[in-house]
Design a protein around this ligand. Structure first.
Ligand SMILES: [Zn+2]
Length: 75
């Protein structure tokens, strides 16, 4: 049978481990989320002047207004 101090040591250790695990999980999840947001690329239509953004990796993006294929904006 466990004595009281061992029981509390396990309880505190387990809680700290649980908090650390949750913290790491949410931290990594947020990083992944912001990485996805950053992957949105901006485009400027040379035909009709519309500014738009698309979540894709291609260098060209189709304008949602006139359908013209535009090059990705580079910053
Ligand atoms: Zn356009």
């Amino acid at each position: 049978m466990l004595d009281l101090s061992t029981f509390f040591a396990l309880l505190v250790g387990g809680s700290l481990f649980g908090i650390a695990a949750l913290w790491l999980y949410y931290d990594r999840r947020d990083h992944h989320y912001y990485d996805l947001l950053r992957q949105r690329h901006a485009f400027h239509c040379v035909k009709c002047g519309t500014l738009y953004s698309l979540r894709q990796h291609e260098e060209v993006g189709k304008c949602p207004v006139c359908g013209f294929q535009n090059q990705r904006l580079k910053f």
